[in-house]
Design a protein around this ligand. Sequence first.
Ligand SMILES: *Cc1c(COP(=O)(O)O)cnc(C)c1O
Length: 377
Amino acid sequence: MIHLAEPNLTGNERKYLNECIDTTFVSSVGEFVTRFEKNVGELSEAKYAAAVSSGTAGLHMALKACGVERDELVCIPAFTFIATANAVMHCGAEPWLIDIDEVSWTMSAEVLEQELAQKAFVDEGKVYHKASGKRIAAIMPVYTLGMPADMDKLLCVAKRYHLPVIADAAAAIGARYKGKNIGALADATVYSFNGNKTITCGGGGAIVSSREDVVKLAKHLSTTARCGIEYDHDMVGYNFRMTNLQAAVGCAQLERLEEFLAAKRYVREFYNQHLGDIEGVGLFPETAWADSACWFSGLVLRSARQVRELCAALGEKGVEARTFWKPVHLQKPYLQAEKSDMMVSESIWDKIITLPSSTGITKEQLEYVASAVRELL
Ligand SMILES: *Cc1c(COP(=O)(O)O)cnc(C)c1O
């Protein structure tokens, strides 16, 4: 079977894990956690970084550190992995779902602006949702498939309403926006290091920012809000720190980030070149404003049925292919959520097929996948 996204663990992972065991530093304190945070901060061109147990925990902590509280609203795109919305709910807040733009599949600044203009009002510098009276506390764009959102436009809307921006960059480590690394664009940027992401720690996440206050608070909250070395805690915190074992794997992975990104981009280029000319086939987004991290690659087909049939037929040929995110407004826990018109999200989500995109995939495997897809289509 040629898998969709297989972890690539052929570097120093084993060596660093052995060091953890030899030194007995397996838990949330250790040299690798410190090194991992330093490395992630530096490569993101952000000054500060905090490592946590998952991307979801990172989003949750970043939202709280940016001031999101119970019964407030956070604007997020509808077309995302459900964890984006769940992190908002974990704060006791609720998502306000915004459609994406068709160029990038990321949150549309135009739709966001329209929604706020029509359904919100400003009072004493704060923004409220007219129908519920709830305060709008933050905007959280998602860097879909590793593609940064058009941040200049979104930050402009955010600035007008004095709202913090938290970027769900779960799968976007290494992406660039207008030549700059993505790590310092928003008030907080969050990565995931889950097993299927470009860089994995087995599981894990990180919050990066140029704002020391945000990262410090996120770290404090994720470490049970402990003050000093005695049992003093000044808030209701969480046990969300990354362990040294996870960070050991992460440190080894980061040594190969450039190689992994190049591999991901090669996969994208390969499918575009070898399958882009098939009648009725669309490609994954490219924008003038960003270099995507190309987390997953694949195609846009004509119908949901065609996607399902191709997935099944590829499976029989030993190729793992899958559908992609079902938008949040169609998910059971979020059927009642406030939302914009969903024209773009609804027109594309079930026509997307993701194809094998592992960093370790060989040229022969890519050729096999491409010829199987061509033949079946
Ligand atoms: C993977 C992912 C997450 C969740 O990260 P976990 O580490 O699995 O908790 C959140 N948002 C997006 C867009 C993702 O792709």
